[in-house]
Design a protein around this ligand. Sequence first.
Ligand code: NAD
Length: 494
Amino acid sequence: MTALSDTASPSLPSGTATQLCIGGQWRDASDGGTFTDINPTTAQPLAEIASATAADVDAAVRAARGQLDGEWGATPGVVRGKLLGVVADLIERDGDLLAGLEALDVGKPVGQPAMLDIPNAAATFRHFAGWADKIQGTTIPTAGYFGQPTHSYTVREPVGVIGAIVAWNTPLMIAAWKLAPALAAGNALVVKPPEDAPLSILHLVRLIVEAGIPAGVVNVVPGLGEIAGDALVAHPDVDKISFTGSPRVGKIIAKRAADTFKRTTLELGGKSPQIILADADLEAAINGTAMGLFFNQGQVCAAGTRVLVHRSRYNDVVDGLAGAAAAQVLGDPFDPSTTMGALVNAKQRDSVLGYIQAGRDGGARLAAGGGRPDLPGFFVEPTIFADANNDMKIAQEEIFGPVGTVIPFDTVDEAIAIANGTVYGLAASIWTRAVSHAHSLAARVRSGAVWVNGWAAIDPALPWGGMKTSGTGRELGWAGIEANTEEKVVTIVL
Ligand code: NAD
């Protein structure tokens, strides 16, 4: 296997998967259609990818259903667990290749997926390998039935055919979060990778087939959201949609899924606060906060884009973050000195530049960045706005780029009001040395995750998901098993 990260600015290795996989067969779209996958670093075409039609999605759903009614449906949990363990091993075997595909396709420095996405994807499969034979029900005492005693127990059964629709920012990791718990619980899937970055998921499906998971249990239909994605959401024989993406599309999916009473898990956007209290370890807070702003070019759902700082430390934090922005090295994701890559596409770059203009127009002070470097791809300078308030557009809307807004506060109550003062509720960081502050603020922030003295401390064992516009439902940990099973109760009148 070519280790893409061995070479500077590599091109795509020959043999990279670019087709659909339905029932274990790799093939072109039924109408021969393709879409062009662009390299964000060069703005040049990277690959032509088969573009699934509604007929392809239907074939994939039928293949998945066939497995639920056949071999996979009869496969015991202990065997499913063993197979998921093999997938984890194969992800690690191909770790360099997968990290290289993420760097080429998303534009991120190759060290980032090597450090986070690939190990996390493998750990996720391994974690759920452990759950597969431990999905238990309970026995429940009741008052009986017309005077007769009863014996009632519950079982957790797979939801059925799950459509997994994935965003482009960390595609392998997001796909692993959907696939591993669903497979552990015995479901079959049709995966719709993002059109901006489908390559790592296509390779993952190869590994799933190589691991020995029966053909048709996992099918992959790269294609356009409005065509392949919509066909999956509308399909009457899909039982659940597990979606990660924007609130705009999440809302469309929730409404559309209601027509066929599909279950949905929606992992959506964020505008997460990072609260720096007066007693914080400032060096750690600035380093951690900068990572929360600039990792993956700020294209992270949990990016900590609103930095709320006690007024006594405000100038120090603004200077520190401006310094961290200026220290970023933008360029080729395969150059080891690069710390920040390009945004995923021209539309995303232009949207981020539009927000930077809105920040200027709204009266915030530009403390760092704000421009577009002279590089061929979709680059934007890491940017810090100071002297901002929470009503500004840059403080309210998800930018999904390397732009931070630093807002001062005077009291803890004010910090909480600002932290909770958006429609989002995905994650929050709190930087403090005081245990009492840590716990009391963690209790008052409305978000699915709270990290104290860190950012993005994620783990496959921990539930993941958002409050408010950040989504509905949870993935990972036991919550991931619950989200991928239906609980049935059986009562026997004795
Ligand atoms: P997006 O909503 O544009 O697209 C996500 C996926 O939905 C893609 O695969 C796309 O093809 C598909 N899609 C588009 N229209 C569709 C339709 N009508 N029917 C069915 N599928 C459709 O989002 P994006 O730009 O890929 O990702 C960025 C967003 O994802 C941000 O808002 C980010 O915060 C969010 N995100 C959330 C999490 C999380 O865990 N909460 C993680 C990563 C990204």
